[in-house]
Design a protein around this ligand. Structure first.
Ligand SMILES: NC(=O)c1ccc[n+]([C@@H]2O[C@H](COP(=O)([O-])OP(=O)(O)OC[C@H]3O[C@@H](n4cnc5c(N)ncnc54)[C@H](OP(=O)(O)O)[C@@H]3O)[C@@H](O)[C@H]2O)c1
Length: 379
């Protein structure tokens, strides 16, 4: 019998890569998977069907704000992957409620939601609030991470964090299982049919090309990183465990308030990312040019400037992203069997790959699309 999985975010960088990689897997359990894919345009539906044929069924939806439809749709599944914008709490919680409805009509079912969120949730606020230098989160102590997030939310809400803790707490409260991959910088060419580019490196590289220098808010901001293919494989691993285990992974995959996992591979300072962007631009001979600094420079800026120039005007995201300490150590996924294929060499090579992609006009990412304030993609 085929196993139906619902995916929100099928046109995204992460979602598209999960779909492509999952459908290519030879594992018996995964070969039986049929993917129902939520999309906002008929064009996207047509392209998915034309490419993946009878392994997929596109479903047109209005998006994550249409909570009543989402709940109805999700109520016919016991496994949902939510890798659409991680910033829209009502929509993500409606999926939890849909899974609860599924459980009510199928009492023996063990519904799971595999969610995505991001490392800016975990950042300190060295400019407007409390700095926590040297702190490193570990997913072995996921409950501590969750509790800190709840405390931070009480002081000031941040939509991606509101969504993550909202999903995990509601899942616990209503008796279904949910795990959130709290994801660092994602890099590398995606493998889906639509958006194939990451956010951070293309954004920073574009900034360097436009201005001739990088920016910083301090010298301590950091990022962990993971290649998009490895991140997709982490989701596929969780799917496989759920499908192959007699207990549907309940005894092995942490869930709810214990279920914040870190698919993190390496760590750098933000200034190092800019150094690499500058290196590639100078090496390729496009910098310096008239009006730009003759030497490589990462310039100190104000929070307002960085929010406006590189973060869609959002001050909280700008501080958490470009100033915050958000170091994370992930070991739980590795213990579950996550096999990483891309390390430091792939990370370093990516800057040249991104430069070439930008030069060839293959890059158009915006913060608006990633955080979910765009109206839907037209590919
Ligand atoms: N990219 C990163 O470096 C990164 C790092 C850490 C965490 N994350 C998390 O991962 C999430 C997905 O990232 P991504 O890079 O895959 O983003 P992406 O390529 O921009 O894709 C966003 C996806 O979300 C969908 N979407 C956006 N707004 C929506 C709405 N209002 N209703 C329904 N669907 C909506 C888009 O669908 P349409 O095509 O219909 O617009 C698309 O499928 C982010 O929101 C963030 O929480 C990303």
């Amino acid at each position: 019998m085929s196993q139906k999985i619902l995916i929100a975010g099928a046109t995204g960088y992460v979602g598209g890569t999960i779909i492509a990689r999952l459908l290519a897997r030879p594992d018996a359990a995964l070969q039986k998977v049929h993917l129902d894919l939520l999309v906002r345009t008929q064009d996207a539906a047509d392209k998915l069907l034309a490419t993946y044929g009878d392994r997929v069924t596109p479903i047109l939806w209005a998006g994550l704000h249409d909570t009543s439809s989402i709940e109805t749709i999700a109520s016919t599944y016991d496994l949902v992957i939510t890798v659409a914008s991680g910033f829209i709490a009502p929509g993500a919680q409606a999926i939890v409620r849909g899974l609860v409805a599924h459980k009510e009509s199928h009492p023996r079912s063990v519904p799971w939601m595999l969610h995505i969120s991001g490392c800016t949730n975990l950042a300190d606020r060295p400019i407007t609030g409390v700095a926590e230098p040297g702190r490193v989160w570990t997913d072995e102590k996921s409950r501590e991470v969750y509790d800190w997030c709840v405390a931070r939310e009480a002081e000031s809400r941040y939509p991606q964090r509101t969504t993550e803790i909202g999903v995990l707490s509601l899942a616990d409260e209503l008796g279904i299982h949910a795990v959130s991959l709290n994801t660092p910088v994602i890099f590398g060419e995606g493998e889906g049919l639509f958006n194939r580019q990451g956010l951070i490196i293309p954004t920073l590289l574009r900034y360097v090309l436009a201005n001739g220098y990088g920016f910083k808010l301090n010298d301590t901001a950091n990022f962990d990183w993971v290649r998009v293919a490895d991140l997709a494989d982490a989701y596929i691993l969780l799917v496989k465990i759920i499908l192959e285990s007699e207990d549907r992974g309940v005894g092995t995959i942490p869930s709810g308030k214990e279920g914040i996992l870190f698919p993190a591979v390496g760590r750098v300072l933000q200034t190092e990312i800019f150094d690499r962007c500058l290196d590639v631009c100078f090496d390729q001979g496009v910098l310096p040019r008239e009006g730009t600094p003759a030497a490589k420079e990462v310039r100190l800026k104000t929070l307002r400037e960085v929010a406006d120039e590189a973060t869609a005007g959002m001050l909280d995201l700008a501080e958490q992203g470009w100033a915050g300490n958000k170091a994370m150590t992930g070991t739980v996924l590795r213990k579950l069997g996550w096999e990483l294929k891309h390390g430091v060499e792939a990370w370093e090579r990516d800057f040249v790959d991104e430069f070439v992609a930008l030069k060839e006009g293959r890059r158009a990412v915006t913060f608006e699309s990633c955080i979910g304030t765009s109206k839907g993609s037209s590919y």
